[in-house]
Design a protein around this ligand. Sequence first.
Ligand code: PYC
Length: 308
Amino acid sequence: MRIKVIDSHTGGEPTRVVIEGFPELFGATLVEKRDDFKSKCDHLRTGILSEPRGSEILVGALLTEPCDPSCDFGLIFFNNVGMLGMCGHGTIGVVETLNHLGKIGVGKVNFEAPVGKVSAELYEDGRVAIQNVASYRYRKDVTATLQGMDYIGDIAYGGNWFFLVKSPLIPLDLVNHRALSETTVELMNALNEPGIIGENGARIDHIELFDKSKIADSKNFVMCPGGQYDRSPCGTGTSAKMACLCEDGKLMEGEIWRQESITGSVFEGYVTVVDGKILPTIIGRAHVVAESELIFLDDDPLRWGAKI
Ligand code: PYC
C-alpha cells in the first residue's frame, strides 16, 4: 500500500495532508465520514503519523468529497491519539498545500469539517485567512486544583474545547517547554477527571496558558490532546481566546488581535458578530516542506506505526 502526502508547517506546527491512496470514506455527513475513518482506518492514522514515518507532533489532514454542496472540499483532521474537531494551523497548511498542487490559487475556498463550514482565503502575499466556526465561552472563572494550587480560567469553544488560564508560575518561555507540557497534561486530567467539561459532555482536549508578549497582544502555550504542545499560536485556541475577549468587551468587532506562540510565531485575528454569534478569522502563513510517498509493506512489523 502507498499513500502520498504533502508536509507543511504553519508557524512551526506541522501538517501532513493526505492527497492520494487513502480508502474511500462513506457517510451522508462529514461526521459520519470521520466516524467511518475512525472505525475502518485507525491503523492508517497511526501508520501515517507515528514513528517511523512521522512523529508525535504531526497533525494529519485528509481531503475528501464534501457532503455540503456549498463546500469545495471535505476535511478531516487527526493526530497521534485520535480525531481533532477542527484545526486552524492545519487548515492554513491545507490551503498552502492545495496552492502548491495548483488545485487552487489566490482567492476563496470552502471546507466542510466535522464541526461545520470553514471558509478560507489565500492572499496574494501568501498569507491565509480562515473564518472559523462560531466560537464562544461556555463557563467563566472555573477553578481546577492541581497539587494544592488553584487554576482559575475559562472553558471556551473554538472548534475544539479549551481551558484558558493565565500561566501562574512557569514563565512562557521555550526553555520551559517540558515543565509547561507536564503541568498542562496534569491540568487537563484535573479538569476532566472530576467532570469539569465542555457543553454536552465534551471533554476539554486543549489547555491554553497565556501571558504577556513583547511582540504581540498575548503569548500562549497550547497543550493538545496526545501530550504535544502546539508550535503555532493555535488557530482554534486563538478563536476561543478572542471569543472570551469579545464576550468581556475587551475585543471589538474587526479589531486586530495578535497572538504569539511559545515558539515566537504569530497569528493575527479578528472577530465578526453575525446573528449574535462570534465568528473568528485567523490569519497565518504556511510553507510546504516535503512531498512524499509513504510505503506500507506487508512484512514490516511497524507498518501501522510504532507504539511508544
Ligand atoms: O491550530 O487549531 C489549531 C490546532 C489544534 C491543534 C493543533 N493546532
